[in-house]
Design a protein around this ligand. Structure first.
Ligand code: PLP
Length: 392
């Protein structure tokens, strides 16, 4: 038996394989404009980097408490309160090596084989991977462009069964950029109480919204704190992806045992990253607003390019993605084929929505992770590729 056949059944690599293929194609090309990964091109603000450097010089080179350093947990609790969230004590916050690891800690801690977890579709796919690794049953709530990929309580209720245990809400959502309207969040919270569900509320993009869109923190709603785990982090709002730090906030009765799982995985999150995150939490929040405005300008440049091409898209209300509809161009190709040719011929990288559960293979996700002038170049290269498809 070849060695790869010995991999455990739970290891499903298809999504990763697609990204790897795209990265391989990009490797052989010059001047590729990368709008693929959700990794900001913006630098971590200088005061945060400085705090990390100083922490290292002052000996932050050891394991920390498994929940994370106390000042950081206190600062996160303050920050959550400042933005209208629930009232947390420091031991109700757990620092994790990235929000992503938080998803696996939650799934492995809360899901038994056969338990059902309801996830938005399209949505950030590691929730599904984490659930599958726990032998749980993933129940997808399909959302469509007609309703701007908005998750509604009605859609969720239709999928609740006696085995439902967790409901995942990603607000704003990745890849669609949709913000779940406050009224709908309230209705979803009522459903969770009625059916005794635990809500995982991913609010990692909550500070990055556009126009009048705002995110209601689920745990702040009546009687929701005790059944909500809020997942968030520093990667997106503070451009700190490489520092690998995020956090979970939830009821003590869940955070305490989950902290043991976190300890088993990682012992603790890197001390240097925790000190940098502390500066992010306690310093001026102007940097977040500046980044938000930058994304808003980039968003406008992408939408102008798509409008010129006649390509449809979901209204991006938050996060830093535009989710566009290749099928609206009637080229007779899938989004996957479009992405490959766009990369090979146009030297622009974007990801097909299939990575995030789009079964139609009609959508592509563009990250707003390049400056406006590069985005404009990307859009004209894309328009040229669309024309070359038409000429075929
Ligand atoms: N949640 C969502 C919705 C995301 O899009 C991502 C990353 O793209 C994460 C969580 C994980 O972020 P990190 O592990 O960098 O904190």
């Amino acid at each position: 038996m070849t060695i790869d056949k010995r991999l455990a059944k739970r290891v499903k690599l298809s999504d990763g394989a697609l990204i790897t293929k795209m990265l391989d194609i990009a490797e052989g090309l010059d001047d590729v404009i990368k709008l693929g990964r959700g990794d900001p091109d913006l630098d971590t603000p200088a005061h945060i980097i400085k705090a990390g450097q100083e922490a290292l010089a002052n000996g932050a080179t050891h394991y920390t408490h498994p929940l994370g350093i106390l000042p950081l947990r206190e600062a996160i609790a303050d920050n959550i309160r400042t933005y209208g969230g629930a009232d947390y004590a420091a031991d109700e916050i757990m620092i994790t090596p990235g929000g992503q690891q938080g998803m696996f800690i939650i799934a492995l801690s809360l899901l038994d084989p056969g338990d059902e977890i309801i996830v938005p579709c399209p949505g950030y796919n590691p929730y599904q991977q984490a659930a599958e690794m726990s032998d749980a049953v993933v129940v997808k709530v399909p959302m469509t462009l007609e309703t701007n990929f908005t998750l509604t309580a009605e859609m969720v209720e239709a999928r609740i069964t006696p085995k439902s245990k967790i409901l995942v809400l990603i607000n704003p959502n990745n890849p669609t950029g949709t913000v779940t309207p406050p009224d709908e969040v309230r209705k979803i919270a009522e459903l969770a109480k009625k059916h005794d569900l635990i809500v995982i509320s991913d609010e990692i993009y909550a500070r990055l919204t556009f126009g009048n869109n705002t995110v209601v923190p689920v745990a702040s709603l009546p009687d929701m704190k005790e059944r909500t785990i809020t997942l968030s982090g520093f990667s997106k709002a503070y451009a700190m992806t490489g520092w690998r730090i995020g956090y979970l906030a939830g009821p003590r009765a869940l955070i305490e045992p989950m902290s043991e799982v976190n300890h088993a995985f990682a012992i603790s999150t890197a001390a240097v990253s925790q000190h940098a995150a502390l500066a992010a939490m306690t310093g001026s929040q102007d940097c977040v607003e500046e980044m938000r405005q930058t994304y808003d300008e980039r968003r406008a440049a992408i939408l102008e390019g798509l409008d010129n091409m006649g390509m449809g898209y979901a209204e991006p209300q938050g996060a830093f993605y535009v989710y566009a509809n290749v099928a609206s161009l009637n080229l007779g190709i899938t989004a996957g084929e479009f992405c490959e040719r766009l990369l090979a011929e146009g030297r622009v990288m974007m990801y097909p929505g299939t990575i995030y559960g789009d079964h139609t293979d009609d959508f592509i996700r563009m990250s707003m992770t390049q400056p406006v002038d590069r985005i404009r170049t990307a859009m004209s290269r894309m328009a040229a590729v669309v024309e070359s498809f038409r000429a075929d």
